[in-house]
Design a protein around this ligand. Structure first.
Ligand code: GLV
Ligand code: MN
Ligand code: MN
Length: 423
């Protein structure tokens, strides 16, 4: 874990500084994890967020932390009664993640604020830069913690979710400076934002494939996440005949293949289905597995596809349970609907990109974002920069320095254009 790095000097040129800050942030990684892991609530995350707060402060932003552990930096506008224009993203990563997913949006947003101040440009609206708490899935089974909280969707029941050690989400929140008992105070009023713009790496290969440098997002997929529990019986792996077993591992394999088939069935609308997590007990080579717990997710831009997928997952588990004699139980962890980006904001973002002399492409996001939640509060739009080879959620995640610089320039231009617009 790095402790001797310091924020890039403020005199550095625009593009260098954003890149230097990104690389500096990446050094705050969990030492025992692969890649650039910085999961929410980890010591590395705590340390890195202090660095982000310091960067915000050095930029002249008024820094606060809310009851949900979000980190906010505000720049006053010329018309203080106007609602804030919000920009930002997240700085936590998945296990074995990269250096760009989320971080680009936060570091670029801070740079935008710095540039505005340096150039003496006063926006009409207050500018709010946000590092949302814990966007990625975590050990409590709930992602987008901070953006849920500002929209009023992190409720007391969520705060009672427990990790494997029995710690509650509320208790973990205290560790990042949150106040679970005051969680509702983190909520922003309806229509209290002028708009929300998030710059993010694409995490797919559309931009690369189409040879474009910047994308304007049309919409964000909905995600339905479900926990499947298969309960059988532990038995000796050498002495129990194949026909007498209640094997949770074998049943899990059938469920996993069934869910994969749901993702491959593309009738009209498109979607994807993934089982990315599994735990088995007792997890021993010479014991028939007694319990398998897996987490599956379905993603689509089509709400109907997701609803049908839910039914197909339930039917799949019921069928495997009845054929194997195991108990199969499902609990839905989240069912987030697909979200369309605001049409006027889409147009303005495309305009801002063109003003930089770049032709943008419109594309949908197969990844989810804090932006999907912010759409509940006001106009939401997103800008994408390329991800090399479409790779993301892995250590190889990469975006060239010039692409990061161009994305930052597009975000700055977008902020200036949207500030003057009626949405
Ligand atoms: C967010 O990173 C997601 O899972 O799409
Ligand atoms: Mn991610
Ligand atoms: Mn992200």
């Amino acid at each position: 874990m790095a402790s001797e790095v310091s924020p890039a000097a403020p005199s550095r040129p625009f593009s260098d500084r954003v890149w230097a800050n990104l690389m500096m942030l990446a050094e705050y990684a969990e030492p025992d994890q692969p890649g650039w892991t910085r999961r929410v609530f980890s010591p590395a995350y705590l340390e890195s967020r202090q660095v982000v707060a310091d960067l915000m402060e050095a930029t002249g932003l008024e820094v606060t932390r809310d009851a949900a552990g979000n980190l906010l930096g505000q720049l006053a506008g010329a018309e203080p009664d106007l609602p804030a224009l919000v920009i930002g993203s997240h700085t936590d990563t998945v296990a074995g993640g990269g250096r760009f997913d989320g971080m680009v949006g936060v570091v670029a947003a801070i740079e935008v604020a710095r540039r505005l101040r340096a150039e003496g440009t006063r926006l009409r609206h207050p500018l709010r830069v946000v590092d949302f708490l814990g966007e990625e899935p975590n050990r409590f089974g709930l992602s987008c913690l901070g953006s849920r909280a500002v929209t009023g969707h992190l409720d007391p029941a969520h705060l009672q979710l427990r990790d494997a050690s029995g710690l509650t989400l509320g208790e973990a929140l205290v560790g990042v400076g949150g106040q679970p008992e005051a969680i509702q105070s983190a909520r922003w009023k309806a229509n209290s934002i002028h708009g929300y713009i998030e710059l993010h790496v694409e995490q797919g290969a559309r931009l690369e494939e189409t040879g474009r440098r910047l994308g304007v997002v049309s919409g964000i997929v909905g995600i339905h996440r479900v926990r499947v529990e298969l309960v059988g019986r532990p038995d000796h792996a050498g002495t129990t005949p194949m026909g007498s077993r209640l094997d949770a591992m074998q049943a899990a394999a059938q469920v996993i293949l069934g869910i994969d088939r749901i993702g491959r069935r593309q009738e009209g609308a498109e979607g994807v289905a993934t089982v990315g997590q599994i735990a088995v007990e007792p997890n021993s080579p010479n014991v028939v597995a007694s319990r398998a717990t897996l987490v599956a997710e379905l993603r689509s831009l089509d709400a109907e596809w997701l609803a049908q997928g839910d039914q197909q997952v339930a039917a799949q588990v019921a069928q495997v349970a009845s054929e194997t004699g195991l108990v199969g139980e499902l609990s839905w962890l989240s069912q987030e609907a697909p979200v369309a980006c605001h049409p006027t904001l889409r147009r303005l973002l495309a305009q801002a990109v063109r003003e930089l002399g770049v032709d943008p492409v419109e594309l949908a996001s197969g990844a989810s974002h804090d932006a999907a939640h912010l759409a509940g509060l006001g106009p939401m739009g997103m800008l994408f920069i390329p991800s090399r080879g479409g790779r993301s959620h892995c250590p190889e995640e990469w975006t060239d320095p010039e692409q990061v610089a161009l994305g930052t320039a597009a975000l700055l231009r977008a902020v200036q254009v949207v500030d003057r617009a009626q949405l």
